[in-house]
Write a protein that binds this ligand. Structure first.
Ligand code: FE2
Length: 228
């Protein structure tokens, strides 16, 4: 439980995070729990750079506002993969039941790896009594992304794919980028993900190219100044 003291949270927030942790640590398989805590710490790294700025007065209204965003990020990081503990049939049922609220086509529900996000958000809403739309949307789209992503969602999308437990060829380059320019990093992580899916002959989410074009339009002109 020592991870809790590394988080920049007040006592009430810590208690809430510990309650979530108690529940997930009992139901997540060890690998999923490890990935979750690692995602939480990667989220913290990015939040410290892009949300909680060093030079901010800890008593200022701006800092308090940003700290609330950071607190939300902690909850999302812990719960983003909650849907993974349910089987595909169960997830499909939940996603179909809520299909009007999900920006996806029916055939997207055949893509198993997307279902844990789409359906996971509704499960988290009910099991953790969470109604915050930002938290639920971030969980819903953490695997697919969406057009014009918020900073919170960029941080979750990237942390999920770059946390310290991830081990693939491009991850070292992408981690360097994450701390240099989060927008350019998003573009590179998204691109890397599309290439991975195609190389594996896996089904691709129907909105992927729309989202890619949106990321390209917003950030295509960026570079990190030191390309591979
Ligand atoms: Fe994840």
């Amino acid at each position: 439980m020592d991870f809790i003291n590394k988080l920049i949270l007040n006592e009430n927030q810590k208690e809430c995070i510990l309650n979530i942790n108690k529940k997930i640590s009992n139901v997540y398989p060890p690998d999923l729990y490890k990935h979750t805590i690692s995602t939480l710490f990667y989220t913290q790294k990015l939040a410290e750079k892009y949300i909680l700025k060093d030079d901010e007065n800890k008593e200022s209204e701006d800092f308090k506002k940003n700290q609330e965003v950071y607190y939300k990020l902690c909850k999302i990081a812990l719960l983003h993969d909650y849907g993974r503990i349910f089987d595909a049939e169960e997830l499909k049922k939940i996603a179909l039941k809520n299909k009007d609220e999900i920006n996806a086509n029916q055939e997207d529900f055949e893509i198993d790896c997307l279902l844990h996000g789409f359906a996971g958000a509704f499960i988290v809403r009910d099991e953790f009594n969470l109604s915050d739309e930002e938290i639920l949307n971030s969980i819903k789209y953490h695997t697919t992304g969406y057009c014009n992503m918020s900073m919170t969602d960029k941080i979750i999308y990237i942390s999920d794919k770059l946390e310290d437990g991830r081990n693939y060829k491009e991850v070292f380059y992408l981690r360097k980028l994450a701390l240099k320019n989060i927008n350019f990093c998003l573009l590179e992580v998204y691109k890397n993900n599309i290439i991975y899916i195609i190389n594996k002959n896996k089904n691709i989410y129907s909105n992927t190219f729309k989202i890619w074009n949106n990321i390209l339009k917003l950030y295509g002109g960026l570079t990190d100044g030191s390309r591979r």
